[in-house]
Design a binder for this molecule. Sequence first.
Ligand code: ME8
Length: 635
Amino acid sequence: MHKPFYITTPIYYVNDNPHVGHAYTTVVVDAIARYHRIAGEEVFFLTGTDEHGQKVAEAAAASGISPKEHCDRFVQNFKKFWDDLGIEYDHFIRSTDGYHEKAVKRALLILHEMGDIYQDEYKGWYCTPCERFWTKKDLVEGSCPDCGRPTKELTEKNYFFRMSKYQDWLVDHIEKNPEFIQPESRRNEILGFLKRKLNDLCISRPKERLSWGIELPFDKDFVCYVWFDALLNYITAPGWPEHPARFEHTWPADYHVIGKDIVTTHAVYWPIMLKALGIDPPKSIYSHGWWMIEEAKMGKSLGNAVPIPKLIDLVGRDALRYFLIREKVFPLDAKFSFEAMIGRINSDLANDLGNLTSRILKLLSSNFRGLIPEPEDATEIELKLRDVALDSAEKVRKEVWNMRPSKALEAACELVRETNRYLEKTSPWSLAKEEKFERLETVLYNAAEALRVASILFWPAMPDACDEIRSRLGIGKVPVRLDDAFEWGELKPETQTRVGEPLFPRLDEKKVLAELRDKDKSRPSPVEDLININDFAKVKLVLGKIVRCRPAPDADKLLLIEVDLGEEKRQLVAGIAKWYSPEELIGKTIVVVTNLEPVKIRGNESRGMLLAAEAGGQVRILTVEGELPPGAKVR
Ligand code: ME8
């Protein structure tokens, strides 16, 4: 039997809710999976959550609950977000699922028994956020080469996976299979990385340091390194090793789609793990670029500045899906901006596709009681429209199969623009006025037929909107065999159509921007209503004693406050001159936010912010009751 098209997203960490970056990978994979499904292929689309390891353990500890309880809560949010975005995965794996944990232990035992996992003493520099050991020469000025944060020197007994043994095989595999790592730039990076001798991979963590993980089956004092556990999800979900028939049917994966942040783990550790286990590597690892905000990668903190539920609320889920897939060229980085989102939705969806739909349906309604007419023979211009439609369909297919989802939508847009041009040129409005009904029948039939084809081409990106177009055209949902649907002339004359509300109402840029930026008016949602304790913990609050204070030059509302924070003194600029004189403030102990980025206010640098309460036009600073030294942490 034919193997399914098997495509995966990463399994995401559950230390926080998903943000637009996570949504991006998941939406793109969903759309690609849908394209393959309607092409008549069996598809296995896997996503899920990565629940072990230090990040999750720390997030749970900060909320004062057990890691499993923490994961159970966040997994619900992930599933809800994916439902809200219309993600139709075939399986959602949690790395705490019993079958996965059992299979990871099995893999560890096999590798231990064959000698590919061995114990050794390890001295290294550990980066807690990345959960990675580095050698001294890897460090950049003593800090983690990946994230730039400080590392700690640690010596401990640990278990190692003999990656070095498979280095030559891996280089050979990458060289012989150009599609194995895509795009080419990432492939070259990995080949460059593999020019250096590979170190063996530390795959254990002593329980005394981290107990939240899968226990090593051969040493109960250790748990498995989170990446070693997580990568195996791609084979445990389709049934390795308990369900060999299902596994054989599904593996190898056609695409592991990931962000460019996790290429080494996927393109080096993962194929070597599989090779050691005697399993074929995946066919391809595709790493896409990042959504950026300003110059930085959109991550947990920046990403939550654009919460998914609010975006869905304001622009609609199909429009959001469309924007994400269309705007970012898959392998490259792209800047996320609300303006670009609104512009893209208004031009491609409200103006082009939405307008085309309502033009055709209104003309059918006013001239033929909404019934699809019987066309006369096609003239040259109809033949051209048909050719463009069938061409666009072929282009879309090619682009999707070559993993260029943005280009696929561009090709679909070309058909919409061509159909709008067709209407301009044939001018059905004039034909109606001049009562040239036979020609009008032909024009509207062909325009409706082009819209039917467009409803298929856009469906994987915008399933609801396209099914709605089809329902208005009086036809069923998108069929599962693309090829049949591309026969020109599928619409049956006499089918009843209906006009309906605008599919993509034009977004009022000013209004939407104001809503997006107005945090107070945000819709109640799991992300915005309640913040996670980790978010709160990011704010560093410290007691500071005011040692000097003076009015800021040329700014009568501002005071320049020098505050003693125990280990250092800093200047704060605060707009409280209306309520306090400098003399009153000196000697007071206040609460200071110390980890804000420095800013210049009217030319004066402020390195932090004091807390104050406001009501009825009155402002009072926050102080502490009793005596505590400067530098004391506020919790
Ligand atoms: O790395 N732009 O999980 P994670 C585009 N658990 N995509 C982004 C993005 C951005 N700014 N930010 C995140 C992990 N992503 C591991 C994976 S797999 C066996 C284990 C997407 O929660 C992108 O797909 O940090 C990236 O690779 C992934 O989220 C990282 O998710």
